[in-house]
Design a protein around this ligand. Structure first.
Ligand SMILES: *[C@@H]1O[C@H](CO)[C@@H](O)[C@H](O)[C@H]1NC(C)=O
Ligand SMILES: *[C@@H]1O[C@H](CO)[C@@H](O)[C@H](O)[C@H]1NC(C)=O
Ligand SMILES: *[C@@H]1O[C@H](CO)[C@@H](O)[C@H](O)[C@H]1NC(C)=O
Ligand SMILES: *[C@@H]1O[C@H](CO)[C@@H](O)[C@H](O)[C@H]1NC(C)=O
Ligand SMILES: *[C@@H]1O[C@H](CO)[C@@H](O)[C@H](O)[C@H]1NC(C)=O
Ligand SMILES: *[C@@H]1O[C@H](CO)[C@@H](O)[C@H](O)[C@H]1NC(C)=O
Ligand SMILES: *[C@@H]1O[C@H](CO)[C@@H](O)[C@H](O)[C@H]1NC(C)=O
Ligand SMILES: *[C@@H]1O[C@H](CO)[C@@H](O)[C@H](O)[C@H]1NC(C)=O
Ligand SMILES: *[C@@H]1O[C@H](CO)[C@@H](O)[C@H](O)[C@H]1NC(C)=O
Ligand SMILES: *[C@@H]1O[C@H](CO)[C@@H](O)[C@H](O)[C@H]1NC(C)=O
Ligand SMILES: *[C@@H]1O[C@H](CO)[C@@H](O)[C@H](O)[C@H]1NC(C)=O
Ligand SMILES: *[C@@H]1O[C@H](CO)[C@@H](O)[C@H](O)[C@H]1NC(C)=O
Length: 405
């Protein structure tokens, strides 16, 4: 069958040569490009060199990191002028993205570096970090199972600035309280887009060693991501949260999307819309062993509250009669194990409609291990509401009424 005449062999040989020279030229282009990305060595001056690159340049400077390279930093890398960008050369979206590794020493009292990149320009005039972009990098917070450290998140963006962009960032393993914090500044942060980031795992599910996935307190944010870890909306009026997928792997998640915080926006969720997100609780798809009596396995994790609305669902009576105000939650989807898909208590002027259960949604886990006998927790159910503290709201018809939440 392989009746190759000399002409075919000749063409194959020419093709081979062309292919090889094309590969060589790709290779040399690659090399010359690599020389223009930011050199990691010498690492003992790396943190200063990165900061000087940003603070001695001006608007629009692009700090281009090398693919497949780990940048260990001893202090946060600070954006310094409007429209600056930190990204990996060639904008890869896979594991070849540069990794910024938090490498600052931890003191004996547990304090130390928690932030890798800071785009808040907190020490400069408002607007100094307008339009900055963090794109296509990985951030490893290097907590590695240790105790939480006091300080900011792996990534601190927002502040008194507008029009920032965070995309294709993988953020995980934070020492601090969150994988990514979009800060409100002097309640003047506006219009940040947070999209296509993969976030998590963040924190552990050990008592008070939790961390958020995304913590958003900037108004008019757009949030669209996959996350292994929750999204917390601190009021953040005007924020659109859609097309996110939130799941658990092997750590229980207390809240998938939280609309519970009274601070810093006095519970104001006006024009905040949470829609078309998919929230996946625990899945038990391992074969049961003969010696297992109660189904215990290393993956016995759930999401307690898929979407939590109102401070009382989270904090009990800590915020008195304060409420979450004027948000909209529609067309979200739930599958897997939860205690509640949506829990609603202490809310006003909310619209909650058309949220649906996919296959295999179950509601379990009435009492946590630390509940005292006089703590009241509602029976697990899909959609639960305490009508006595919810007013002026439109809710889908199949909420289960509960009391005393
Ligand atoms: C720029 O960054 C370097 C290194 O962190 C720092 O020593 C210097 O003070 C900064 N300069 C300005 C103008 O912020
Ligand atoms: C919001 O910020 C984005 C950049 O992330 C920008 O393209 C857009 O024009 C801004 N929108 C407004 C209304 O300023
Ligand atoms: C219960 O609470 C105590 C502190 O009050 C804490 O030390 C312990 O780890 C908690 N247990 C669980 C399972 O959360
Ligand atoms: C959500 O994602 C889908 C693709 O999965 C896309 O078609 C749709 O436009 C997205 N929604 C918005 C509002 O961008
Ligand atoms: C949890 O899952 C992660 C990622 O899949 C894995 O690296 C880790 O070892 C798991 N931890 C446990 C305790 O199973
Ligand atoms: C809530 O925020 C919106 C948009 O920023 C604002 O117009 C409104 O006055 C605020 N409402 C309250 C009660 O603070
Ligand atoms: C109720 O919420 C909607 C949507 O956020 C908002 O437009 C409206 O102004 C709010 N009404 C009151 C009385 O706060
Ligand atoms: C909702 O999400 C689904 C699946 O991700 C997507 O196909 C659809 O376009 C989205 N709808 C909107 C309105 O964004
Ligand atoms: C149950 O049996 C499996 C397989 O024989 C074994 O690995 C596991 O340790 C046993 N678990 C308990 C709780 O005895
Ligand atoms: C609302 O919360 C604030 C801040 O925690 C608190 O000072 C105030 O007393 C609360 N208001 C009510 C009515 O409980
Ligand atoms: C509630 O109603 C929605 C449709 O409005 C439906 O998709 C959902 O599955 C219902 N949930 C329950 C628990 O009946
Ligand atoms: C629901 O569970 C069954 C049995 O484990 C599985 O075959 C099916 O694929 C699951 N459906 C979804 C949408 O996960």
């Amino acid at each position: 069958m392989f009746n190759l005449d000399t002409r075919t062999i000749f063409f194959r040989f020419v093709f081979f040569l062309i292919t090889m020279s094309a590969l060589r030229s790709v290779d040399s282009r690659h090399n010359s490009r690599q020389s223009s990305c930011f050199a990691v060595d010498p690492t003992n001056t790396l943190t200063d060199r990165l900061n000087i690159a940003l603070n001695s340049s001006t608007n629009g400077y692009v700090l281009s990191l090398c693919p497949n390279t780990e940048y260990p930093v001893e202090a946060p890398i600070m954006f310094a002028f409007p429209d600056q960008e930190i990204s990996t050369e060639g904008y890869p979206t896979d594991d070849s993205r540069a990794t910024i590794l938090i490498n600052g020493a931890l003191a004996n009292d547990g304090s130390g570096q928690t932030t890798a990149v800071d785009g808040t320009c907190v020490a400069s005039a408002p607007g100094s970090c307008d339009g900055v972009k963090l794109r296509n990098v990985q951030i490893n917070g290097a907590r590695n199972g240790g105790s939480p450290v006091t300080g900011g998140g792996n990534v601190e963006m927002g502040g008194s600035n507008a029009n920032q962009l965070v995309e294709y960032v993988r953020s995980y393993n934070p020492r601090g309280w969150t994988c990514m914090h979009i800060d409100e500044g002097a309640l003047s942060c506006n219009n940040i887009t947070v999209q296509n980031n993969d976030v998590g795992p963040c924190g552990t599910d050990n008592f008070q060693e939790w961390a958020d996935g995304l913590s958003i307190s900037c108004q008019n944010a757009i949030v669209e991501n996959p996350t292994d870890g929750g999204i917390v909306l601190f009021g953040a009026p005007g924020t659109q949260v859609y097309n996110n997928t939130i799941w658990v792997v092997n750590q229980t998640l207390l809240g998938g999307i939280n609309m519970v915080d009274y601070e810093p926006w006095s519970g104001n969720y006006t024009n905040t819309v949470v829609y078309n997100n998919t929230i996946l609780g625990g899945f038990s798809n391992e074969v049961e062993l003969a010696n297992e009596t109660d189904g215990t396995n290393s993956n016995d994790v759930i999401i307690k509250l898929g979407i939590a609305i109102g401070p009382r669902t989270w904090f009990g009576d800590e915020y008195g009669n304060n409420v979450s105000l004027s948000g909209t939650v529609h067309d979200n989807m739930f599958s897997g194990a939860f205690s509640y898909a949506i829990g609603m208590s202490s809310a006003k002027n909310f619209t909650v409609e058309n949220n649906i259960l996919l296959e295999n949604a179950t509601f379990i886990g009435l009492r946590g291990p630390n509940c005292s006998s006089d703590d009241t927790t509602p029976n697990p159910a899909a959609f639960v509401i305490d009508q006595s503290t919810v007013s002026a709201s439109t809710t889908q018809s199949n909420f289960t009424s509960i009391q005393g939440w």
